[in-house]
Design a protein. Structure first.
Length: 92
């Protein structure tokens, strides 16, 4: 990944909260949703990428919106991730 890019993650309890969070995140900033995954025990995580500031704004907006309809478990942004993280899955 380029140095000005970031990975953002929003983990929720249930798919409804993730859908709400993802919709708000995509509307809030110029980011791309690269995928999502069912973690287990009702948890689901959405993955976003874009410029660092945009990803931060997107996941904050997504967490706020998702929290209105369900439970947000975790929100994380990794600025300028190492290129080898792309080897972990198709979500990048």
């Amino acid at each position: 990944m380029a140095n000005n890019l970031a990975i953002g993650m929003i983990e929720t309890v249930g798919l409804t909260a993730l859908l709400e969070a993802a919709d708000a995140a995509l509307k809030a900033a110029d980011v791309e949703m690269t995928g999502w995954d069912k973690v287990g025990s009702g948890l689901a995580t959405g993955f976003f990428k874009g410029e660092v500031a945009a990803v931060k704004a997107a996941v904050e907006a997504g967490a706020e919106a998702g929290g209105q309809v369900g439970q947000i478990v975790c929100v994380n942004v990794i600025p300028r991730p190492h290129d080898d993280l792309g080897d972990l899955g198709d979500w990048m």
